[in-house]
Write a protein that binds this ligand. Structure first.
Ligand SMILES: *Cc1c(COP(=O)(O)O)cnc(C)c1O
Length: 377
């Protein structure tokens, strides 16, 4: 049996909606863009939501909207994708990397305060694997120090913290609809604007620095250049594909949780015997089945288990090279302190196959393969 790592699964109406968008208008901010935004605004109420070409560009919009500039510092984890840092580096800011927690692999909120300097302007949290960062503590620190909070919620659609949707906690939050995420559109993202005072400027930045959104709504009689901005809005073809996915979001996430739960139950024995560690979802958090990972003893063990899994037909992959140890991260950022958990997690973490429709038999095959490797190791 072979088990691929990821597969794009259609919800069913993608082609139909793309056809409709071609018959109507395929430029940005068309009918399907409006439908997607309305659907997301319902989930993230009372936020304003704008579709973007990616989570990367939604983060870039966040950096513009929080007026982060040269020499400013933004606190973030190092165990994340490059876009978390690039968005701020593009504005001349310095990413300040903080170590992560060993249970959720999320930024260690207990280390944030010590990383604050007079130049700190924002905290950008990343909800790794769709499991929440400790938002109560983070928001408390931010409000005491007057800092903006931005959620890189690329992996977090459908997850909650204390019963509230991730993406609703920061001043701004960024979602991804890249083909590797829970809800997909090839390339795509969304900016969630929880601080509604930023909404009007967000619409202008989104539409190349013009007031075209207000014009479309009939609020001004001509549109013109009013601020800086760029082309952050996707084609309505992308939105058409995405709308079909959003309609099936609850079913897609429920199916991913089924698979996540089956791995978690199936691997309890190996954890009890000390051969691997399973992921932790704190009791006040609800996951979205985005990533299932295991932690092995060290880098050599991770390489060995990945190789043995491949021999059993199972694709399994590491995740991030920590940004603080990457060539650009060394040059453009700095660490707030030692990074032992980040370094160890990067060495030890192995992601297992997870996509909607992965069968129970396939999950059991992966679990059996891990059992076999454990017995031989
Ligand atoms: C996927 C991802 C991104 C980038 O998303 P794109 O939509 O591909 O730009 C940013 N941050 C994190 C944590 C991600 O997982």
């Amino acid at each position: 049996m072979s088990v691929p790592f990821n597969k794009v699964v259609l919800a069913g109406r993608e082609f139909d909606y793309i056809r409709q968008s071609i018959d109507d208008s395929i430029a940005g901010n068309g009918r399907f863009t409006q439908l997607c935004q309305a659907s997301l605004e319902q989930r993230f109420a009372p936020a304003r939501v704008l579709l973007t070409t990616s989570c990367t560009t939604a983060l870039e919009m966040s950096a513009l909207l929080t007026s982060i500039g040269p020499g400013d510092e933004v606190i973030m984890p190092s165990f994340t994708f490059t876009s978390t840092a690039n968005a701020f580096v593009l504005r001349g800011a310095v990413p300040v990397f903080v170590d992560i927690r060993p249970d959720t692999q999320n930024i260690d909120e207990a280390l944030i305060e010590a990383a604050i300097t007079p130049r700190t302007r924002a905290i950008c949290v990343v909800h790794y694997a769709g499991v929440a960062c400790e938002m109560d503590a983070t928001l408390d620190i931010a409000s005491r120090h007057g800092l903006a909070v931005i959620e890189d919620a690329a992996q977090a659609i459908g997850s909650t913290y204390r019963g509230k949707a991730l993406g609703t906690f920061g001043n701004l939050a960024a979602l991804s609809f890249h083909e590797t995420k829970n809800i997909v559109a090839g390339e795509g993202g969304a900016l969630i604007i929880n601080d509604l005072a930023l909404a009007e400027r967000a619409e202008i930045i989104w539409e190349k620095g013009t007031n075209r959104v207000a014009f479309k709504r009939g609020m001004v009689d001509k549109y013109t250049w009013v601020d800086i901005g760029s082309s952050f809005l996707p084609s309505d073809i992308t939105a058409a594909f995405l709308y079909s996915q959003l309609e099936s979001m609850d079913a897609i996430i429920a199916d991913r949780r089924r698979i996540w739960d089956r791995y978690q139950a199936g691997l309890a024995r190996l954890e009890a015997s000390g051969q691997l560690q399973r992921p932790v979802i704190p009791p006040h958090c609800e996951g979205n089945g985005h990533i299932y990972y295991i932690l092995l003893e060290n880098l050599d063990a991770r390489r060995h288990w990945a190789k043995e899994l491949a021999a059993a037909g199972v694709d399994a992959f590491m995740h991030y090279v920590p940004l603080h140890s990457s060539p650009a991260g060394r040059r453009l950022g700095r660490t707030a302190g030692p990074m032992p958990v980040t370094d160890a997690t990067s060495d030890r973490l192995l992601r297992l196959p997870l996509f909607p429709g992965l069968t129970d038999a396939q999950v059991d095959h992966v679990v059996d393969a891990l059992d076999t490797i454990a017995r031989r190791t």
